[in-house]
Write a protein that binds this ligand. Structure first.
Ligand code: FAD
Length: 353
């Protein structure tokens, strides 16, 4: 369990780090080292040079500006968990951070490292898919922005080139952020327009606390004033060779009216739905969850059979949709994260599965 030899570099600035990545033979970026060091010890990676970016100042901020939540390269899981803006406005991120590994790992592991690693078993990629995030990569020619759908290329493969550092993750703010322009209104890339409601949730099934997911589901929903879903994001963890966007589930959810109105207008709506034989909420949610399960391509391993994992994808997606809906409509508990831990109470696999 001793890593192969490598030269270690600890640049003091982003410019210095980029210069090292450009100049050195076979370099590898290290931030928290929580995935890279195990890979070195298991000899699954053997770079000649390690460029440790963890001492570069100015890369550890979480801010809302310009219509985005911006997560810097060195923001750790612990910092995310302790962020007031995340707790208040992005409960899905809190769900995700809380179910990763243990506090010792979370004190060092970064969100950007979690995503840059390109491991479909990591938890943040699915959440970033549900949130329609963008990745900001800085390289020798400056910055470029990569949509999350273009970022994951396969098992441990991402759109990052060896000379680039993932310096920021940008998440569209719900309804625009303080000082922001991107969030609200037509053409904005925020999660909702004025008058709309947005909520999300991440649920993970794990064999024991701190383990990688058997399966995980991230759902972010935006609803208009009438309770119609205007935008749905559904991402899945550890159910294929790359993190999965469940587009079929998103299509089922988008346009569905999931919140019933009360009073006279609600009664009229019900009559209309009966006449047009519109599916009720439970049918829509069940169909979306099944579409998510159909999008998976799991392999059988110690965590369960293919059938079990597919079924867990369905169960977790259904529960995540309901929790996202409750949060979007303000029924998700205090601070809109509803006291949820994100751990799922899904059933155990059958013996031997
Ligand atoms: C005991 C244990 C349990 C774990 N359980 C979980 C779990 O349940 N869920 C989960 O999601 N993860 C889990 N992990 C994995 C780990 O938490 C994440 O992969 C970690 O967040 C990676 O971040 P890091 O900063 O430590 O990255 P590092 O280990 O430093 O790097 C990981 C990879 O990403 C690259 N990289 C890192 N930062 C950047 C950057 N800014 N720009 C470009 N490339 C970069 C590195 O070159 C390397 O290839 C676990 C790890 C351990 C040790």
């Amino acid at each position: 369990m001793i890593p192969p030899p490598f030269d270690y570099h600890a640049p003091g600035s982003l410019e210095e780090a980029l210069a090292l990545l450009g100049r050195l033979d076979d370099p590898k970026v290290m931030s928290g080292g929580q995935s890279l060091l195990p890979m070195l010890k298991l000899r699954l990676a053997s770079p000649a040079n390690i460029v440790d970016i963890s001492r570069i100042p100015g890369l550890d901020s979480i801010t809302e500006s310009g219509g985005f939540l911006r997560i810097g390269a060195l923001v750790t899981e612990t910092a995310l968990e302790e962020s007031a803006v995340v707790a208040e406005r992005y409960p899905i991120l809190l769900d995700t951070a809380k179910v990763i590994a243990d506090p010792l790992v979370r004190n060092r592991a970064t969100i950007c490292g979690n995503v840059a690693h390109g491991d479909p078993a990591n938890d943040h990629p699915a959440t970033m898919i549900a949130l329609m995030a963008e990745m900001v990569a800085t390289g020798p020619d400056g910055e470029r922005t990569i949509a999350v759908d273009d970022f994951f290329h396969g098992l441990f493969m991402t759109a990052l080139t060896p000379g680039e550092i993932l310096t920021e993750i940008r998440i569209p703010a719900p309804g625009g952020a303080p000082g922001g322009a991107a969030g609200g209104g037509a053409g904005g890339n925020g999660l909702r327009s004025p008058g709309e409601q947005s909520g999300g949730a991440y649920l993970k099934l794990e064999r024991k606390v701190g383990d990688y997911a058997v399966a995980g589901a991230a759902v972010q929903l935006t609803l208009d004033r009438k309770g119609t879903v205007t935008r749905a994001g559904v991402g899945l963890t550890n159910l294929g060779f790359a993190p999965i966007r469940a587009s079929g589930a998103e299509e089922v959810l988008t346009g569905a009216r999931l919140v019933e109105r009360g009073g006279f207008r609600g009664a009229i709506d019900k009559v209309r739905d009966a006449i047009t034989k519109a599916p009720d909420d439970d049918e829509v949610i069940a169909a979306a969850a099944q579409a998510a399960a159909d999008a998976t391509d799991p392999v059988a391993d110690r965590r369960g059979s293919v059938e079990y994992k597919r079924n867990m994808a369905r169960v977790l997606t259904e529960r995540a949709i309901r929790r996202a809906l409750a949060r979007a409509t303000g029924h998700g508990g205090s601070g809109s994260h509803g006291g949820a831990t994100g751990h799922s109470g899904a059933p155990n696999p059958p013996a031997g599965g």
